[in-house]
Each structure stands twice: as C-alpha cells, then as structure tokens.
Design a protein around this ligand. Structure first.
Ligand SMILES: [Zn+2]
Length: 121
C-alpha cells in the first residue's frame, strides 16, 4: 500500500514538472515565486505580463522585486499584487480548458497548460 502511495506521488510530481514547461517564463522570476506565494503562474506575452493569482488572472506591464516585496507595474506606476487585484483594468476574464480544466485568461487562443485550442471540440 505504501509503495502505491509513493508511486502515485512520483507520478503526480512528474505530471506537474511536465506541465510547468508551458510556463517557461516562471524561470525568469524565481524570486517572485518565492516572495509572493499569491502568484501561481507567470506568462510573459506581447501584451504584458500575465499573473495567475488564485483562479484569476491579472495583466500588468511588468514586475519588480524590491526589499519591500514584489510590485507590479500598472499604467507606469508600481503597486502591490493585492492592489492590482482590486484594479478592474488589470483583472481579466477567464475560460476553463475542456481537456485539462486549467483556468486560462481571456485572449489566449490555446490552453497555456496543455495547448488545446479554446474552441476545438
Ligand atoms: Zn488545457
């Protein structure tokens, strides 16, 4: 029974390590992930930097780590992640992937996690 549990855990770990390749931009911000556990995923795109916080997404112009913590840039101004969450300009609509259940932000054509196109059956 214990062996099964260990195997399951290993399988889960493998699944998640594969999945994280879709979010290669996370690697550019290791300190952000460490200092701001609120942020689950980071995707850099032409529009800006998308941050997944809980089950929602916000769009910012960039990120800055400082001694006081992590700040995001909105309209050229620095603010906390919490403040950005309350800013309706930043908060994006979301859609759920039919294949893997991942919550994506509106405007992305294919699932960021598994790559399935949004409107494909
Ligand atoms: Zn998916």
């Amino acid at each position: 029974m214990k062996t099964i549990k260990v195997l399951l855990l290993l399988l889960l770990t493998l699944c998640f390590s594969n999945a994280s390749h879709a979010f290669e931009d996370e690697n550019y911000y290791p300190e952000v992930k460490q200092e701001s556990p609120l942020i689950r995923h980071i995707i850099k795109s032409e529009e800006g930097v998308f941050l997944q916080i809980g089950d929602g997404w916000i769009l910012t112009e960039g990120l800055q780590a400082s001694a006081e913590g992590i700040f995001v840039i909105v309209n050229g101004e620095y603010m906390t992640v919490e403040a950005a969450l309350e800013n309706s300009e930043c908060v994006r609509k979301t859609w759920v992937c039919k294949k893997c259940g991942f919550i994506n932000y509106d405007g992305i054509a294919a699932c960021a996690l598994c790559g399935k196109p949004r409107y494909e059956k």
